[in-house]
Design a protein around this ligand. Structure first.
Ligand SMILES: NC(=O)c1ccc[n+]([C@@H]2O[C@H](COP(=O)([O-])OP(=O)(O)OC[C@H]3O[C@@H](n4cnc5c(N)ncnc54)[C@H](OP(=O)(O)O)[C@@H]3O)[C@@H](O)[C@H]2O)c1
Length: 238
């Protein structure tokens, strides 16, 4: 049974949060007083990440969830139900960028399918299963990328990944419309080019900066902002 103080605490679930921007976002929101639910597809990695957060005094739980697998998402939502708490913020962060992703014409179809399933369709599937826990006034944040922009010129890198991020932006717009009546905001974020396993060592931004905008959208940003694409806490064109 939650005490009153505990039930006042906001809860956030972040997919793919055993490392990188997802982990840092969990850490920053934990220090802002959120109850953090981290999740990932590898039990050992997610357990280690959980221990790190708890060592910093953050109230945290873990969920094993491979976002590319629908059965797995269902199991994770059943596990979440056992916590008997609501979910104020869902951050769809998990993604892959495969090194073999060089061409939509010559990539093996499995690379394209795996990328779009993991990065884009997962957002619909995770949102559908966890929506039952999100109250009116909740927030959904989808980690996108400038690579998915329909305004910037095509960069010529990782085309399946870029298509997956354009798809995320389309999903954000549609979900934002569908969830308007519940006052649940849905936004996309480009974190910039961030030094993580995905971004590589050449990236200019530290991971703390990459987490800045999702942390802001989860906490201080006005609830009325929805159906938008943000970088550095500012709206950017699709
Ligand atoms: N870094 C950048 O420069 C940059 C730029 C623009 C956008 N982004 C976006 O920001 C988000 C975070 O990126 P990052 O740089 O932190 O990447 P990262 O360091 O590679 O971390 C990605 C996370 O997603 C997890 N993941 C991958 N597939 C998964 C699956 N099927 N189920 C559950 N978890 C899965 C990974 O888990 P494992 O450890 O098990 O692989 C890892 O925890 C992504 O959406 C990315 O596209 C990043």
């Amino acid at each position: 049974m939650n005490t009153n103080k505990e039930s006042m605490k906001k809860t956030v679930l972040i997919t793919g949060s055993n490392k990188g921007i997802g982990f840092e976002t969990s850490r920053q929101l934990g220090h802002k007083g959120f109850h953090v639910i981290i999740s990932g597809r590898d039990q050992l990695k997610i357990k280690k990440a959980l221990e790190k957060l708890q060592e910093e005094g953050i109230e945290a739980n873990m969920l094993l969830m491979d976002v590319s697998n629908h059965e797995n998402i269902l199991q994770a939502s059943n596990e979440f139900k056992k916590l008997n708490i609501s979910l104020d913020v869902l951050i769809n962060n998990a993604a892959i960028l495969l090194k073999e992703d060089r061409s939509l014409i010559t990539n093996s179809p499995s690379i394209i399918e795996n990328t779009i399933q993991t990065n884009s369709f997962s957002i619909i599937n995770v949102t559908r299963e966890f929506l039952q826990f999100i109250p009116n006034g909740g927030r959904i944040i989808n980690m996108s990328s400038g690579g998915g922009s329909m305004t910037d010129p095509v960069g010529g890198w990782s085309p399946a990944y870029c298509v997956s991020k354009t798809t995320i932006n389309a999903i954000t717009r549609q979900l934002s419309f569908e969830l308007l009546s519940k006052n649940i905001s849905v936004n996309s974020v480009c974190p910039g080019w961030v030094k993580t396993d995905m971004g590589g060592q050449g990236a200019m931004r530290p991971v703390e900066k990459g987490a800045e905008t999702p942390v802001w959208l989860a906490s201080e940003a006005p609830q009325s902002l929805s159906g938008k694409f943000f970088r550095d806490k500012k709206e950017i064109p699709w």
